[in-house]
Design a protein around this ligand. Sequence first.
Ligand code: M7G
Length: 331
Amino acid sequence: MRVNMAETVEACDIPDESPKKKIKIQNDKQESNETIHTALRSFADFQQKRILSDNSQRKTICIEGSFSNKEGTAIVLLEKKPFNEEVLKKSLNSDCALTKEFSNDIYGCYECFPDVKYNSIKATVIHPATEKHLRKYAAQELYLIKETPELYETITLPHLQEEKFSLQWVTNILEHKSETDRIIFEDPDPETGFILLPDLKWDAKQVEDLYLLAIVHKEGIKSLRDLKASHLPLLKNIEEKGIKAIEEKYNIPSCQLRIYIHYQPTFYHLHVHFTYLKYDAPGIYAERAQLLSTVIGNIEIASDYYQRTTLSFVVKETENLFLKYEEKGIV
Ligand code: M7G
């Protein structure tokens, strides 16, 4: 069930078992600053250095490299896309060549070559990538840290104050400088408002891997740890209006949405993830995702729940945060 890949806004009905969904798509036509993306049209200038990670189950691979004549490291993340019914209807025809690998009785094994326009790969390019990006995308051992409020104050908080990812992309979205055409819904209220738009991980072409992000307008809420009763109107507003916007646009009811906050997040400006329940999106597991409804419920029971509770999270072994916990003998 894929929507038309046309450049301009296209609405289309998506049939069958899943709810009828209407998706409008526009390509991002606005870039705030000159970056490599302003003129990148092929991988002609890309030189591969090493594979950072490779996941055959998710069908993703992450490569470190560089672009000739461009300073800095590049990370390229490639991901095979989900199948969808609309594309299958158009592509399984005489233009789709088959090469037989073997057959045995009624069983045949083939390589299948659909027309290139139905066979694209999702590519994410990060340039210039920092050391922290390299660590984020490299495959490594994982460790679970049980962070008490004291550990948060003494180790995690000082760490994230000295080392965090740039929030420029968030500012660009909130100031309508980037991804403007991708905005699904906006509530401009400075206290309770947010922008809802497709996550970087979603090409917004089919609802099977629907992944949206609600980014709050209010500054200064770093993560789940900061949330308290005064933020309930904000959280409830995101839940209510986010659900409504998704239902209207994609015809997916709230009971088929997974709405959650990551701990630790990668980006310390509050945002809420909305994914399709049937989609096993990255980062949905218990050690990372906290359901928004549970967060609201906990804060309703105790305003300072997230300042008092122990929160567990996962770190990779080369992350500096892991090294800081290791130094103190905590992992
Ligand atoms: P997170 O919980 O801070 O960390 O989520 P995670 O990246 O480990 O999940 C940040 C979310 O923002 C992720 O789901 C990213 O895919 C998404 N994201 C990151 N960037 C740089 C962009 C961007 O430029 N545009 C959009 N739309 N989403 C982004």
